[in-house]
Design a protein around this ligand. Structure first.
Ligand code: ATP
Ligand code: MG
Ligand code: MG
Length: 554
């Protein structure tokens, strides 16, 4: 196996280990907010944090950052756990920021007593004006010097639900003139009379992310708290809040920032994904067109391919945009090795072998996967009447048409060489049947001279009387723009691809009779397909996962 060079976070860890930081104190966390389903961007953070846990044999907590009851739900908690397990990662402990509400409250009380926090009772507009701008310092507000007693009384009242939402907030008392806007007396608590999915109606105040996050890291003794680059400016505040509670017998968490994953032709903000779901632009969070983990899974992505993708894109400090086709490349590589080959016809036209006996059928041997010797063989039925793809026949074809036409020979995969003889058309001139003859001596694998004859190409097919009907959902990109949420003047919804889903009824070989949701196949010459959960007894539904080659290269 080739040595991979260390990424910058591994380098930071190696440096602290060589400076004496004990390896058994390394501890990581993945901290999703349960306000939506995980998406492919989260997978990057998951692979990073859990990858470090595996590499250093260190605990990795799953911490639900559930400090905003307005947006969080148990459904999301459950979905996040399912997706993580499916991706192949096991967390050490399942923890919730909401478990720390009492501790966070107690620390806030201590900060009030130490003169490090105060209740502000102005409107948010007034506070925003006093906050200044990046180039202009802020000014102190009229409540900044309230007495400790008054602050404690008000904070108690906020907690008990005595005040309406928006009437008071708790603010850290730092520096209204700091060059870092986030240090200008940031909010610590706001009043929300909301039911929380775990703490119910116990609390009327909820901590802000910046306050809760670092203190939660400290409670869990996280050594390396890894987040995305938008949080660089928050680090100073993260450290300030830690300074208020830090006891030097404990591990002091440090925040490190890496570049988030950006992918073209999609959106990844949970707010926007939620909008697609709520406005029924897609069929749920797990719609196979969504960049969510559950959508990718339903589409037919493997966990392996997603982990491989995260590995290839690496961990860096500079933002860039990754091409979606890289994700598809990783998928194809994996499916090529693992997906059994079968025959399916999605745009059928009838083909009749006029010299093949009407009452005859043969079960021919077909290799399941030439990339995997252990995959073995299966039997496929052959008979006089078959379906082939409509586009595999042209009545009059140019010389470079490597498919079937009149007077030319092609091979039927795993079967015989046939020759185009005539066509039957309806009144409108559309071909309804292709009549061919077959060469009885040309069976694949027979070793006969006739079987080795060179022909224009090889076609897939299914026997009409044996084939199973299947609904096949074909997908295209969800957006027609490379960066749909980057336009100042236009909403991302204006860039939806109206043709992102096309449903066809096709036919598949009978070996697929008892497939289960999630089973994956290569439909020969067509691409990779996965059985959808909408399948029912007698009705198989397939999702097209990805084509055989990169359609965008052409
Ligand atoms: P969104 O903006 O989609 O709502 P978020 O960052 O608010 O995402 P969280 O649930 O807070 O979502 O994210 C959990 C973890 O996943 C965080 O550490 C966050 O930095 C990381 N993460 C989220 N999106 C990406 C991304 N596109 N690339 C890498 N990491 C990400
Ligand atoms: Mg977040
Ligand atoms: Mg968010």
């Amino acid at each position: 196996t080739e040595e991979k060079s260390l990424h910058f976070i591994e380098q930071i860890i190696e440096d602290s280990l060589s400076n004496g930081f004990p390896q058994d104190k390394l501890r990581f966390r993945f901290p999703p907010e349960p306000n939506g389903y995980l998406h492919i961007g989260h997978a990057k953070s998951i692979c990073l944090n859990f990858g470090l846990g595996l590499k250093y044999n260190a605990p990795v907590n799953l911490r639900f950052d559930d400090t905003n009851p307005a947006k969080e739900e148990q459904e999301y908690v459950d979905a996040i756990k399912e997706d993580l397990k499916w991706l192949g990662f096991n967390w050490t402990e399942e923890l919730y920021s909401s478990d720390y509400f009492q501790q966070l409250y107690d620390w806030a009380l201590a900060m009030i007593k130490n003169g490090k926090a105060y209740i502000d009772s102005q409107s948010s507009e007034d506070m925003a004006v006093q906050k200044g701008t990046p180039t202009q310092p802020g000014v102190d507000g009229p409540y900044r010097n309230r007495s400790v007693e008054e602050n404690l009384t008000l904070f108690e009242g906020m907690k008990n639900g005595d005040f309406p939402e928006g009437s008071h907030v708790l603010r850290a008392k730092i520096d209204m003139t700091s060059t870092n806007m986030l240090m200008r007396d940031p909010l610590m608590y706001r009043i929300l009379h909301r039911h929380h999915h775990r703490t119910g109606n116990q609390w009327n105040i909820y901590p802000m992310y910046d306050y809760a996050h670092g203190e939660s890291d400290y409670i869990e003794q996280i050594s390396h708290s890894i987040c995305t680059l938008e949080f660089v400016m928050h680090r100073e505040l993260y450290n300030w809040f830690l300074d208020q509670i830090y006891d030097d017998s404990k591990v002091r968490p440090h925040q490190y920032e890496f570049a988030r994953l950006n992918l073209n032709y999609t959106v990844m903000s949970k707010r926007k994904l939620l909008q697609l779901v709520q406005e029924k632009i897609v069929n749920g969070w797990d719609d196979p067109r969504m960049p969510t983990i559950s959508g990718l899974r339903r589409r037919g992505y493997t966990a392996n391919s997603i982990r491989k993708f995260c590995d290839i894109i690496g961990v860096a400090k500079r933002e860039n945009i990754i091409d979606f086709s890289l994700l598809e490349f990783c998928l194809r590589e994996d499916l090529n090795k693992t997906a059994p080959r079968v025959m399916a016809v999605l745009d059928p036209i009838k083909l009749v072998i006029t010299n093949y006996p009407e009452d005859k059928e043969e079960w021919l041997e077909a290799e399941n996967n030439q990339e995997d010797e252990s995959a073995g063989f299966r039997k496929v039925p052959f008979a006089r009447e078959l379906y082939i793809e409509r586009e595999d026949f042209l009545e009059e074809a140019p010389p470079k048409f490597f498919r079937l036409s009149l007077g030319r020979e092609v091979r039927l995969k795993n079967a015989y060489i046939i020759k185009g003889e005539s066509v039957i058309k309806d009144a409108a001139g559309t071909i309804t049947e292709i009549h061919v003859t077959y060469d009885e001596d040309s069976q694949s694998g027979s070793g006969s001279e006739a079987s080795q004859r060179k022909v224009a190409g090889t076609l897939h097919w299914v026997s009409i009387q044996h084939a199973l009907e299947a609904e096949v959902r074909l997908y295209d990109r969800l957006f027609i723009d490379e960066a749909p949420d980057s336009h100042k003047e236009k909403n991302f919804l204006e860039f939806m691809n109206p043709n992102s889903l096309q449903i066809v009824n096709g036919f598949v070989e009978p070996s697929l009779v008892s497939v289960q949701p999630g089973d994956k196949f290569q439909f020969q010459r067509l691409g990779y397909f996965s059985v959808d959960k909408d399948s029912a007894e007698g009705k198989i539904v397939f999702n097209k996962t990805v084509g055989l080659k990169d359609a965008w290269e052409e």
